[in-house]
Design a protein around this ligand. Structure first.
Ligand code: FAD
Length: 392
């Protein structure tokens, strides 16, 4: 076992950190205030090879592993969680093609994302469902070799500016997961309507919209997964992208802790820096240990995915744990700042608002706990004999 990053991973971390400090951090507050979509930053990320992290080298991409991607996104999220979400969204949108696309689709779409600055979004959620993916209602009707899509998708990150959306839709809502198929939707297709930006509590630099689909004809070559296969593809995608949410949360928490340390060393109360008080030191110690644990769990979930090991459980653990850490650490960082922490002008206020999203998107914290408890109660192998079968 080796917990060290490889030399290549250290170089990636350095590159991503420099990008985050140079391109993201200086404009983080500006985009949070204006809620504009940070196209120039995304373009810079594309130019530097940081936009389509998971596209294999065979299709012109950098071919980073999931652990590599986690190392990169922790750095970008440290500067601005909202921009990190926007930058990583091309991974979420393209991952179903990387996993389930045919050779022609991979050459065409993945190649295009590498050669041109294009955005691809991901859409399972709808106005009436998010957690219950099998309960989607957006309709896919077969017409010869083609499909016709009708319905609405909601919460589509980057959707307002996307060139493509990987859309999950059902041939029959009664069939639940067995009816779900997946499609590559070119947003220029007749009948696709991209909604207006939906204002949010945090992560305001990420664009969130509804996408309406009215008689949208999907040619045969853009059918990504046949009915029944779409649900599995969505779950496989989440297993690959959830570690990155753990890394986002770790980065967000890390910055909140760093701001809190700087403040604790400087701010004086009762004639001494507040960092001299044990109650503040304890808060910093808790932040530090929780961030370390969040990163380790995240890296393990990512490593498992890279090894081809089923990481459904480890990615649920990492995502749930790291999301809670981000929420707790940002809350405590505000506490350390006292009244100033509550001001819009202080960075910890923004990180606190940004952190909340981690407990919601890509499977809420409750859904992760369902995954974990199912494993713990049904599949986990006990080390000790069953308490009811032990001789007394
Ligand atoms: C900013 C933002 C960006 C997003 N981006 C995308 C995107 O790009 N693509 C996309 O497809 N989706 C996206 N989503 C949607 C996101 O994945 C969903 O919001 C999330 O899965 C929760 O679904 P919901 O909002 O419908 O809540 P619901 O599923 O209605 O859940 C409401 C509450 O009930 C709880 N709950 C639900 N079922 C159970 C259960 N069985 N047991 C216990 N508790 C339960 C939930 O945990 C939650 O607390 C985004 C959401 C946000 C807020």
């Amino acid at each position: 076992m080796d917990f060290n990053l490889t030399e290549a991973q250290k170089a990636l971390q350095k590159k991503a950190r420099e990008f985050a400090i140079r391109e993201v951090l200086p404009v983080a507050r500006k985009y949070d205030e204006s809620e504009e979509f940070p196209i120039p930053v995304l373009k810079r990320a594309w130019e530097e090879g940081l936009l389509n992290l998971g596209i294999p080298e065979k299709y012109g991409g950098p071919g980073y592993g999931i652990l590599d991607s986690c190392i990169i996104v922790e750095e970008i999220s440290s500067a601005c969680p909202g921009m990190a979400t926007s930058i990583f969204d091309n991974n979420l949108g393209s991952e179903p093609i990387v996993i389930g696309g045919n050779e022609e689709q991979k050459q065409r779409i993945l190649g295009e994302l590498i050669n041109e600055f294009k955005l691809i979004a991901f859409a399972t959620s709808e106005p009436t469902m998010g957690s219950d993916v099998a309960g989607m209602k957006c309709k896919a009707e077969k017409d010869g070799d083609e499909y016709i899509l009708n319905g609405a998708k909601f919460w589509v990150t980057n959707g307002g500016f996307a060139d493509y959306v990987t859309v999950f839709a059902t041939v029959d809502p009664e069939k639940k997961h067995k009816g779900i198929a997946a499609f590559i939707v070119d947003t220029k297709t007749d009948g696709v309507k991209l909604g207006k930006h939906i204002p949010k509590l945090g992560q305001r630099a990420s664009n969130t919209v509804a996408v309406a689909l009215k008689n949208v004809r999907i040619p045969k070559e853009n059918v990504l997964a046949k009915p029944g296969r779409g649900f599995v593809l969505a779950m496989q995608t989440f297993a690959h992208t959830r570690p990155a949410i753990g890394a986002f949360a770790t980065g967000c928490a890390r910055s909140a802790m760093e701001y809190a340390i700087d403040y604790a060393n400087k701010r004086e109360a009762f004639g001494r820096p507040i960092g001299n008080y044990q109650v503040i030191q304890e808060k910093i110690a808790n932040m530090f240990k929780d961030i370390e644990a969040a990163r380790l769990l995240t890296h393990r979930a990512a490593w498992e995915a890279d090894q081809g090991i089923d990481n459904n459980m480890s990615s649920a653990v990492a995502k749930a744990f790291a999301s809670d850490v981000a929420m707790n650490v940002t809350t405590e960082a505000i506490q350390i700042y006292g009244g100033y922490g509550y001001l819009r002008t202080r960075p910890v206020e923004k990180l606190f608002r940004d952190a909340k999203l981690y407990q919601i998107y890509e499977g809420t914290s409750e859904i992760q706990r369902i995954v974990i408890s199912r494993f713990a109660m049904k599949r986990y192998e006990h080390a000790m004999p069953n308490v009811f079968k032990q001789d007394r």
